[in-house]
Design a protein around this ligand. Structure first.
Ligand code: BGC
Length: 391
């Protein structure tokens, strides 16, 4: 740059002028290049229309892009629609299950693909809980229990969105009494991309005491959407305990040691190795569908899981401030729905790692509390980081 500037300053004859003009152009190019490089270090965000819900509400889709990752999120359910990352040879693929058009999501009330689930992620026994002596009843939509916030949870609502640096922030105001939950709850969910990572920052506040447990329900298949099952993936969860469940998948309240069980993922283990073991907990859920009690403090950032897919070499590392992670091995996918890759979503086609407070916490005073009081704002962060591992 200094060399170019010195050359520009020299000479006043026509040849000198031409020289000067050339130098000015080169200087401009260098400045532009420097600016572009600086910009490339940040994510780019673009917005497009994705369709309309049945009542005509417009749904937008945002594409967030930076080195090593491109993620799409839409305003219907604040859902992750795709995450594209390179494999060990640099070949890019979408690693989450989803549909190519909005209709697929509108027609599918059961999978919660990519959604922010709430107000209460996972189950509340019989849909009942009490706060300060008041009994509340929320919709029972999963056998005898309430799952993922009820019949019309946050996954089925259209969120407001605005662009932020490297991402998008989604906001939902859920009115007092929405699905039977007390208090007007304001939820902000901010998605940002950072060098191979998708970060989700949650913040929630209320005007009346309530319970809240938000999580993201993305289904990962690190080989690529529609590429077989996750049974050969190796997974590590740094947790010494998990929460066993009853026949309705409600925690019994016991924090059971993973030691000596198929739930011990403290050392990376192939998921399919023990999934069909003669184990009562696996039989109840038809595979893994349980909450692991993470080591470390609630509110402190820590590793929740790491998954390695041997074929592509992709590695997913999940970190969170939440106290638990629900590892769900896609047991209820039954091949009847077809996605972007035109492949049926078969059993175990993907896995979910839902960072969260424990299921049914409102009915287990010994679990970390999910109560939120007026005047409080609860923050929570989860990151999904994609890297690769050589053969
Ligand atoms: C639950 C599963 C449920 C799945 C899809 C998971 O969070 O634990 O039991 O089938 O979500 O709804």
């Amino acid at each position: 740059m200094r060399y170019l500037a010195a050359k520009c300053a020299s000479g006043s004859n026509p040849a000198g002028r031409r020289d000067r003009e050339k130098m000015t152009m080169s200087l401009a190019k260098v400045i532009l290049l420097t600016m572009t490089t600086a910009m490339a270090a940040h994510g780019t965000v673009t917005k497009a229309t994705f369709g309309n819900t049945s009542d005509g509400t417009a749904v937008d889709i945002y594409t967030l892009k930076t080195e090593g990752i491109e993620a799409q999120v839409m305003t219907y359910g604040a859902r992750v629609v795709s995450i594209k990352t390179p494999d060990r040879d640099g070949k890019v693929a979408n690693v989450v299950l989803g549909y190519s058009a909005l209709d697929g999501y509108l027609d599918d009330g059961k999978t919660y693909f990519g959604a922010i689930v709430g107000r209460y992620g996972n189950r509340i026994a019989l849909g009942k809980f009490s706060i300060d002596g008041h009994q509340y009843q929320v919709p029972v939509n999963n056998n005898a229990n309430s799952l993922h916030g009820g019949t019309v949870g946050f996954d089925k609502q259209v969120w407001k969105a605005h662009e932020v640096a490297d991402g998008v922030e989604m906001t939902l105001v859920s009115k007092d009494g929405d699905q039977g939950y007390p208090g007007t709850l304001t939820a902000h969910v901010r998605y940002t991309v950072h060098h191979g990572a998708l970060r989700i920052d949650y913040s929630v506040s209320t005007d009346k005491a309530t319970v809240v447990n938000l999580t993201n329900h993305s289904y990962f298949n690190l080989a690529g959407d529609g590429k077989g099952t996750i049974l050969d993936n190796e997974m590590m969860i740094p947790a010494d305990k998990f929460t066993p469940v009853d026949a309705g998948l409600i925690p019994t309240g016991v924090l059971a040691p993973v030691e000596g069980t198929p739930f011990d993922f403290r050392k990376a283990t192939v998921i399919g190795k023990r999934i069909n073991d003669d184990n009562e907990q696996l039989k109840i859920a038809g595979g893994y569908d349980h909450n692991w009690v993470l080591r470390g403090q609630n509110g402190e950032m820590k590793t929740a899981a790491r998954v390695y897919e041997p074929g592509s070499g992709r590695v997913l590392t999940v970190t969170t401030t939440e106290p638990g992670v629900q590892f769900y091995s896609g047991n209820f996918l039954d091949g009847t729905k077809y996605g972007k890759a035109q492949e049926g979503f078969v059993k175990n086609a993907a896995l979910c790692l839902e960072t969260q407070h424990f299921p049914d916490s409102p009915n287990h005073p010994s679990f970390p509390t999910t109560e939120l009081k007026p005047g409080e704002t609860r923050h929570s962060t989860t990151t999904f980081t994609f890297t690769t591992h050589a053969k």
